[in-house]
Design a protein around this ligand. Structure first.
Ligand SMILES: Nc1ncnc2c1ncn2[C@@H]1O[C@H](COP(=O)(O)OP(=O)(O)OP(=O)(O)O)[C@@H](O)[C@H]1O
Length: 668
């Protein structure tokens, strides 16, 4: 039989299991048997010896006294129990030796007294197993050992794998912080991992709290993802990501709930390489996509390696940096539009009713008080996978602004980081993400992942590193705060999950929400055809594109070229430009170069080409080849970009030298 280091059977039979469970309770019975044998043997050896009688009696008294002295370090209760047992046992052996094991009441004493004593020890072992250390500490043992002498432990609540013991500290001498600092020593004294010992301070007292001990790691077993928890439910229902160490489901909520007094939230998924961050993201994304009233805008610089099967269910999948910049701009545009819509329909924040057709007069945008029948607005999840670069480009102020305002617009941001640390994300950006799913990380990054109080209460993701994939702490509105330091584990995704994810994406594509006109309009107004919205197979969603589908060719892209320039064929050979023309052309090579006017026209066409290709955020570097082709300098381009911004064709982004194309339909 394979044994684990704690002596448990790993894969044994039922019999082996029972034997294993019975093992700790056998010794008192073995001692009972041995005493019987000793009595019989002694009587056979010294049937009538007076000397043996004195010797044996002294021995038994010495044994009992010795036990008493030896038990000094044990609790008083245990000491008395041991001494009585030894005294009774040795007295019986003495009597049996001298008078014979079957004489008078000696055999009855053996048969009744022995089992009673053995049982009393069994009870003790059971008690000790459940409240290991805590019983012993009632006389200060454990707590003295860990530097909390004089603290009192109240009646412990014992559940199958969880002991909760109220702790009262020495008034004026000790604080809850002292307990937090002693947690590692308590774990050491109990021979448990540090994450098994937690402390929940009582918010109303600096010297009271609950010590929670979870002796067995019930998360060790890997659970595979089998499908979403609540297909067709609302995004307002809990999202189930895994389970806690006591078996309770690990859930979070994204939208707020005014009735429960819960705010909507943004989530950081933080974990080191190999911590199971990818699978955790899949847990969250599959839950979101399985709900009927939410759309997802998803940006992934890694080209959807992990998320490919789910891609058809996304309303917008942005791949790489530039597309992500556009997605960010679209979120920025969607915020005021959505907030306005929610306000006009009498919602202080997004609730599931907002996603329905607005048939309730109480939620009408009409001034006459009749129902308006407007299309509902689904919740929006904007997801930034591996977001360090995106956040850096956006800048702190922009991100914190978006995060702040998104919450009243029915938008949750989900951000994941390659490494959870301050060199990936600034303090202020970190602070604008109220929720975190903290997976294993470098011990030095713990302070970034989790709030100080949660770390002080015993959370320790640095202890997992990448050795416990999927283990996590979840801090989020709606989770009871005393749960924050409890570890959970998400579910694992294997190849077997792929077809299920594909079916889920197809379900979302057909049955999930699609963007409402307000959100789609805001997205299209900045992203042009880079935003298409999710399309079901066979369904052309052209309504959202502001540019004519035929306009792929930049030079003939109807809508995109000024009408007075429409006759120009830019392919046509252009006359040589005059030397010394007024355009500030520097570093220009000799050769064919367009006149300033033509160059401007070419520039307009180039913008149109970018737009028709969905490349909505541009900078001088995007014009490098173009400059070479047309013998124009980059500084000339920079100047033109600024001019175009003044004309309303471009809009400045948060990054110097990067401009967002204003789609032609909405260009000033
Ligand atoms: N909940 C889980 N239970 C068990 N194993 C898991 C769990 N989640 C992930 N794993 C396993 O852990 C390994 C690492 O997971 P994953 O690739 O998701 O980590 P990661 O944090 O995304 O790493 P990286 O940043 O390098 O991509 C994989 O082999 C995966 O199958």
């Amino acid at each position: 039989m394979v044994m684990d280091p704690h002596g448990g059977p790993e894969n044994g039979t039922v019999r082996a299991y029972l034997l294993h469970r019975a093992k700790p309770h056998l010794p008192p019975w073995l001692v009972w048997g041995a005493a019987g044998v000793a009595g019989a043997l002694g009587h056979w050896r010294w049937p009538d010896s007076a000397a043996a009688g004195v010797g044996l009696t002294l021995t038994s008294v010495a044994l009992a006294g010795g036990t008493w002295l030896a038990g000094k370090a044990a609790s008083t209760q245990r000491r008395i129990h041991s001494a009585i047992t030894v005294a009774a046992g040795s007295a019986w052996v003495t009597a049996a030796c001298l008078a014979g094991p079957t004489a008078g009441p000696i055999d009855d004493l053996y048969l009744m007294g022995g089992p009673a004593l053995a049982l009393s020890w069994n009870v003790r072992v059971v008690l000790r197993h459940n409240t290991e250390g805590l019983v012993a500490s009632s006389d200060g043992g454990l707590l003295a050992k860990v530097g909390l002498a004089r603290a009192q432990i109240g009646a412990a609540k014992v559940e199958p794998n969880r002991v909760t013991a109220p702790l009262a500290l020495e008034p004026g001498e000790q604080t809850n912080e002292d307990v937090a600092k002693a947690l590692a020593r308590i774990a050491s004294a109990l021979d448990l991992p540090r994450s098994a010992v937690r402390y929940t301070p009582d918010p109303s007292s600096e010297r009271r709290g609950d010590l929670v001990i979870v002796p067995e790691d019930m998360l060790a077993e890997v659970v595979e993802w089998e499908g979403p928890s609540n297909l067709g439910g609302s995004i307002a229902d809990p999202l189930v990501l895994g389970r806690y160490d006591d078996g309770a489901p690990l859930v979070i909520w994204l939208p707020g709930d005014p009735d429960a007094g819960r705010n909507s939230t943004h989530v950081l998924v933080a974990g080191g390489t190999g911590s199971g961050k990818g699978d955790t993201a899949l847990n969250l994304l599959t839950e979101v996509l399985s709900r009927r009233d939410v759309i997802v805008w998803f940006s992934d610089p890694k080209a959807f390696q992990d998320f490919a099967p789910l891609r058809p269910g996304l309303d917008w999948a942005a791949e790489g940096g530039t597309q992500t910049e556009i997605l960010v701009a679209a979120v920025e545009a969607a915020i005021p539009a959505r907030t306005r819509w929610l306000g006009a329909h009498g919602y202080r924040q997004w609730v599931p009713e907002a996603a329905q057709v607005q048939n309730d007069a109480a939620h009408s945008c009409r001034s006459d008080g009749t129902a308006c029948g407007c299309a509902g607005m689904p919740f929006l999840v904007a997801w930034f996978e591996e977001a360090a670069n995106t956040l850096r480009n956006m800048g702190d102020d922009a991100f914190t602004g978006i995060a702040q305002e998104a919450r009243s617009a029915g938008i949750s941001l989900i951000v994941s980081l390659q490494r959870p640390s301050y060199d990936q994300m600034s303090t202020s950006t970190r602070a604008s993400l109220p929720s975190v799913i903290a997976l294993g990380c470098d011990p030095r990054d713990e302070g970034f992942s989790l709030p100080d109080e949660v770390l002080a209460a015993g959370a320790h993701p640095g202890a997992w590193g990448n050795r416990r994939p999927g283990y996590c702490y979840a801090v989020s509105p709606g989770i009871p705060e005393d749960r924050y330091p409890s570890p959970g584990r998400t579910r694992r995704f294997t190849l077997r999950a792929v077809p299920v994810m594909e079916r889920l994406a197809a379900w979302a594509q057909h049955n999930g929400a699609s963007a409402d006109p307000v959100t789609a309009g805001a997205a299209s107004s900045v992203a042009g055809r880079a935003y298409t919205g999710r399309t079901a197979p066979g369904e052309e969603r052209t309504a959202l594109t502001v540019v004519d589908d035929e306009g792929d060719d930049m030079h003939h892209g109807g809508l995109l070229v000024d009408p007075e320039d429409a006759h120009i064929d830019p392919e046509e050979e252009l006359p040589d430009a005059q030397e010394g023309d007024d355009a500030p052309i520097f570093g220009q090579e000799t050769g064919h170069k367009p006149s300033p006017e033509e160059a401007r026209r070419l520039f307009a066409s180039a913008l149109a080409e970018f737009e028709s290709n969905g490349l909505m955020i541009i900078g001088p570097k995007d014009f490098m080849d173009w400059c070479d082709r047309h013998h124009l300098s980059r500084s000339w381009v920079s100047l033109r970009l600024k001019e175009a911004a003044e004309e309303g064709r471009l809009e400045a982004t948060n990054t110097t030298g990067r401009w967002r194309i204003v789609p032609t339909a909405t260009a000033a």
